[in-house]
Design a protein around this ligand. Structure first.
Ligand code: PHB
Length: 395
C-alpha cells in the first residue's frame, strides 16, 4: 500500500498509531506554541532523491539559524506525494486539514503542484514551493500565500538557445517527458533558440515517468541534427544519459539540456555524462565562499554531495527562517509575514537572489559542462533572469 503510505516524524507528539500499515495518529495539540511545518515531497519513484535533497536542505538552513522559526520550536510532518498528480489534492489535505500545518513545503512535480496550488488557494495555508516549476503557480494562479524558491520551468531553458547557437549548432531535436515541466521547458528553449536563429527540426516526447528511450534515440540518429536539447530529471535523467551514450550518439551529436539533466545523477550516469552542456541557476563549482561553506556543511551533515535540489531546499529554509525572524514568530500577522517574504534577499549558494512580484526568484543562469563528475561553470548565460509572471495579479 505504498500509495497510502504516510511518513511521519513527529516524535513525542505521536501518541497512537494503527498497525494496519496506514498510520492514523492522534496528535496532542494542547498548549502548542510550536509552528507546524509539513513536507509534501516525493520520497519514492523517479524523483525520490530530489525530495530527500530538498528536505535535507530545509533542515540544514533552519538548524544553522538555531533550529527555531522566529523563536518558536518546530513540529515536522511528512507526506510522500509519489510524484502522482491524481493524489495531489488528497495529499495536500492530509497536511492542511488533518495535520493542520502552518506551512506546507512542496513539491517537486509540476502536476502535483497544481493540487497543492488548489489547496493553498482555498485554505490560505502558506505554501513554499522548493522545486516544481509549473508556470501557473506564479502566473495565472499566483497567490499571496504561495512563494517559490526555485524557478519557473522556462527559466533555465530561456538561457539555453543562445549558447547553442554560439557553438554553431543550428538544427536541433528537442526531447522530453510530455507533461507541464517538459512542455514549459520547451517554451523557454523554443523562444531563446529560434530568437538566436536556430531551427528545431523535431520535438520528441514520452509520457512521465517512462524511460523506454530506444525508439526515440533511433529516430534521433536518423534525423542527424547538429545537437539534441532536452528536459529530464532524477532517475530518468541518469538513464537517458546512459542510453544516449549506449546508442552511440554521445560523440556524434552533442547533448544539451535544462540543467536538471545532470543534477544529482553524475555518479549514476558515470562517463556517459562527461561533456554534457546545460544551463541552470546553480553549479557545483561556483567559486564563492558561500557555496564552498554550504557544500562542506552539507557533505558533513548528510555524507553526500549537494545538488541544485539541496540548494533550493536550503533557500526555502532560509526564506522561512528570515521571514519568521522579521515578524518575531508572529505567524498570525500574515500581512507583515508575506511582505517580509516578498522583500527578503536570499544569500544562496547559487548567488544572491530576490523575489519577483509574482513570488518567483530573479536569478542568474549559469552555463555548465560536466567535467570529472562535476557541473563546471563555463560562464553566466543570463543575468538576473525573471519569469514574465504573465497573468499574475499580485502586483
Ligand atoms: C517539475 O515537474 O516541475 C520538475 C521536476 C523535476 C525537475 C524540474 C522540474 O528537476
Amino acid at each position: 500500500m505504498t500509495s497510502r503510505r504516510l511518513v511521519l516524524s513527529r516524535g513525542a507528539a505521536l501518541v497512537g498509531a494503527a498497525s494496519t500499515g496506514i498510520l492514523l495518529p492522534q496528535i496532542v495539540r494542547a498548549q502548542s506554541n510550536r509552528i507546524r511545518v509539513g513536507f509534501m515531497l516525493p520520497y519514492t519513484g523517479t524523483f525520490a532523491q530530489l525530495g530527500v535533497a530538498i528536505e535535507n536542505g530545509v533542515r540544514m538552513a533552519i538548524a544553522e539559524k538555531g533550529g527555531k522559526l522566529g523563536g518558536r520550536d518546530i513540529e515536522w510532518f511528512k507526506v510522500d506525494d509519489e510524484s502522482e498528480p491524481s493524489k495531489g489534492v488528497e495529499n495536500a489535505n492530509r497536511l492542511v486539514q488533518r495535520d493542520k500545518v502552518d506551512v506546507l513545503i512542496g513539491t517537486v512535480h509540476s502536476g502535483v503542484q497544481m493540487g497543492i496550488q488548489r489547496v493553498a488557494r482555498e485554505s490560505g495555508v502558506l505554501n513554499l514551493i522548493p522545486n516544481a516549476g509549473v508556470h501557473a503557480a506564479t502566473r495565472a494562479l499566483c497567490a499571496p500565500n504561495v512563494f517559490r524558491t526555485s524557478f519557473t520551468n522556462s527559466q533555465p531553458t530561456l538561457a539555453l538557445g543562445k549558447p547553442m547557437m554560439d557553438k554553431g549548432l543550428k538544427r536541433t531535436v528537442w526531447i522530453t517527458w510530455k507533461y507541464a515541466a517538459g512542455d514549459e521547458a520547451f517554451e523557454g528553449f523554443r523562444d531563446s533558440y529560434t530568437k538566436a536563429g536556430g531551427t528545431i527540426i523535431k520535438e520528441l516526447g514520452l509520457p512521465f515517468p517512462n524511460v523506454e528511450f530506444q525508439a526515440l534515440l533511433t529516430e534521433i540518429a536518423s534525423l542527424r541534427p547538429d545537437a539534441v536539447a532536452c528536459f529530464f530529471a532524477g532517475g530518468g535523467a541518469a538513464k537517458f544519459i546512459r542510453d544516449y551514450a549506449a546508442a552511440g550518439l554521445k560523440d556524434k551529436i552533442p547533448l544539451w539540456g535544462s540543467g536538471f539533466l545532470t543534477e544529482g545523477v553524475l555518479d549514476a550516469a558515470g562517463p556517459a555524462a562527461e561533456g554534457i552542456m546545460t544551463t541552470m541557476h546553480y553549479a557545483d563549482s561556483l567559486d564563492t565562499a558561500r557555496n564552498r561553506q554550504f557544500r562542506t556543511a552539507y557533505a558533513t551533515n548528510f555524507k553526500m554531495q549537494p545538488d541544485v535540489y539541496a540548494v533550493q531546499g536550503y533557500d526555502t529554509g532560509l526564506l522561512l527562517a528570515q521571514g519568521m525572524a522579521a515578524v518575531k514568530g508572529d505567524f498570525g500577522n500574515k500581512q507583515a509575514l508575506y511582505q517580509s517574504l516578498e522583500t527578503q534577499t536570499i544569500d544562496s549558494p547559487r548567488g544572491k537572489w530576490t523575489m519577483s512580484k509574482s513570488h518567483n526568484p530573479i536569478q542568474d543562469m549559469y552555463l555548465r559542462r560536466v567535467e570529472n563528475k562535476d557541473n563546471k561553470v563555463i560562464g553566466i548565460a543570463a543575468k538576473a533572469l525573471a519569469d514574465s509572471g504573465a497573468g499574475c495579479k499580485l502586483a
